[in-house]
Design a protein around this ligand. Structure first.
Ligand SMILES: Cc1cc2nc3c(=O)[nH]c(=O)nc-3n(C[C@H](O)[C@H](O)[C@H](O)COP(=O)(O)OP(=O)(O)OC[C@H]3O[C@@H](n4cnc5c(N)ncnc54)[C@H](O)[C@@H]3O)c2cc1C
Length: 450
């Protein structure tokens, strides 16, 4: 290994092997997923660095974990014992914004919100909006196929990526996709790389779609007596209106958000629903949404003041940090058909009662994507075990409904054992065979994703 490290240091300028300095690169935000001890942390400055590191890791059979900004929630960027952590967050240049083609070409370390801000200077919009958009990287978003609040209307990251440049596990540089609006030439390697969690290649450049910024924004905040009533409203809403975001928070989450933000949301309500509408028709849609909510027994408030609307949505963005202040958290990311949300809510409540744990549930209701979050005291072994059992029971319940164990956060190491249960042995085997083509030495984030 000394030989490996010597060659690594000679090949790339920023290599760290100091255990204290490497500590900051061992984990993502999923604190309970296992994290190993890396051999080295390398900060890539460009494609040549990435190619050099991949080639050395391949030659010496050293596992390589690519890291964006480490905001992942599934342990996908956690170090493996004896690995190289390849940090690409420093490759953060916006290379081009083309107003006419409505595309941006970026390096992988560009922060999501920075890209959107740069697009806004041209009257354009980078749509995918994970709650972490101020801190997560476009490369990480692509590798996890990140979602966010406006997926029901605008889709997930996959729907906004046109072309990629990636370094494969062979050390080859591949360019996939085109910048054209249409392209059906050959197999769709772009979409195969998206969501592959650093297991097929290291994304070093992306060309993404931009949209015109919508004019008009209106927001509705509605408080319901029960979570079921709020979910019922979401189903009703979908028949008539096209909300850009439909975000749900149960009472546990609302209390936690109030404690963190002092926003004064109604803690007596069973659930708070925040719905946002954009475009020229936004105010009318919001008013109609409030009417539907009130007919369902809610107290509803609508505003077409964009600042007031953004402030309300901040409450939802604070949900996870707020619950994290109550204890350690195990965050689920299950997704079912929207018509199955009532069944999922019932299952979550039954699981909380059966295992004697606190679960705060929030999420993207119009996508059927909820984040039931088990909150517990990590120092209490009994609570820790119960939290693990409840986490597992929620995944099992979603699978029983034909849903998925992850709607947007990815599989990482946390949910890898569940993938075969979801997709079956043939699809699982195919995934491993595809990996072997992209990464014959099996060095890229082994054991993660599937
Ligand atoms: C408060 C909070 C709110 C969040 N809200 C959302 C949300 O609404 N929706 C959502 O989807 N997620 C959300 N997340 C999760 C997280 O922000 C996303 O998964 C994000 O896409 C991760 O980006 P990252 O740069 O931090 O990636 P990392 O955590 O560094 O890495 C994630 C995965 O991507 C791989 N990777 C990173 N960069 C590259 C690259 N260039 N090439 C190949 N592989 C790469 C890593 O190996 C790893 O497998 C939230 C997280 C937090 C902390």
């Amino acid at each position: 290994m000394n030989d490996f490290l010597e060659r690594l240091v000679a090949a790339v300028p920023t290599v760290t092997t100091d255990p204290d300095a490497m500590e900051a690169y061992r984990r993502d935000q999923c604190l309970l997923a296992e994290a190993g001890r890396p051999l080295a942390v390398v900060k890539a400055a460009g494609v040549d660095d990435v190619v050099a590191v991949v080639n050395l890791c391949r030659e010496y059979a050293v596992p390589l974990v690519t890291r964006g900004t480490g905001t992942g929630l599934a342990g996908a960027a956690n170090a493996l014992d004896g690995c190289v952590v390849l940090v690409v967050g420093g490759m953060d240049r916006i290379l081009e914004i083309d107003e006419v083609a409505r595309i941006a070409r970026v390096e992988p370390g560009v922060i999501n919100a920075d890209l959107d801000r740069a697009a806004a200077e041209h009257g354009l919009w980078y749509v995918p909006d994970p709650g972490s958009r101020a801190i997560c990287s476009i490369g990480g978003n692509i590798a996890t196929n990140a979602g966010g609040m406006c997926c029901a209307k605008y889709g997930v990251t996959r729907d906004h990526v046109l072309a990629l440049t990636a370094v494969l596990g062979t050390g080859e540089v591949v360019r996939t996709g085109t910048t054209t609006r249409k392209n059906v030439a050959g197999l769709d390697l772009t979409h195969l790389l998206i969501g592959s969690e650093g297991t097929l290649g290291v994304v070093v450049e992306a060309t993404v779609r931009l949209r015109p910024r919508p004019q008009g924004l209106a927001t509705v905040a509605a408080t319901f007596p029960t979570v079921q009533a709020a979910v019922d409203m979401v189903l009703e809403l979908g028949k008539e209106l096209d909300a850009a975001a439909t975000e749900l928070m149960d009472r546990t989450t609302v209390k936690a958000v109030n404690a963190l933000t002092r926003m004064g949301l109604d803690e007596e309500a069973g659930a708070v629903l925040l719905a946002q509408f954009d475009g020229a028709d936004a105010a009318r849609q919001a008013a109609r949404c409030a009417e539907i909510a009130e007919a369902k027994g809610a107290e509803a408030f609508a505003t077409d003041d964009p600042d007031e609307g953004s402030a309300l949505m901040e409450a939802r963005r604070a949900a996870l940090p707020a619950l994290e202040r109550m204890g350690a958290t195990l965050l689920d990311d299950v997704c079912v058909g929207t018509h199955q949300l009532p069944e999922l809510i019932d299952a979550i409540e039954a699981i909380a009662a059966e295992h004697g744990v606190t679960i705060g549930t929030f999420g993207h209701a119009a996508d059927g994507n909820l984040h039931p979050t088990v909150v517990f005291d990590p120092a209490d072994d009994g609570q820790r075990d119960a939290a693990g059992r409840a986490f597992d029971a929620i995944l099992t319940a979603a699978l029983a409904m034909g849903g998925t164990v992850t709607g947007e956060h990815g599989v990482g190491s946390l949910k890898a054992p569940y993938v075969e249960r979801q997709v079956g042995d043939v699809a699982s085997s195919l995934m491993h065979r595809v990996k072997a083509v992209f990464d014959p030495a099996g060095i890229l984030n082994p054991g993660r994703g599937y």
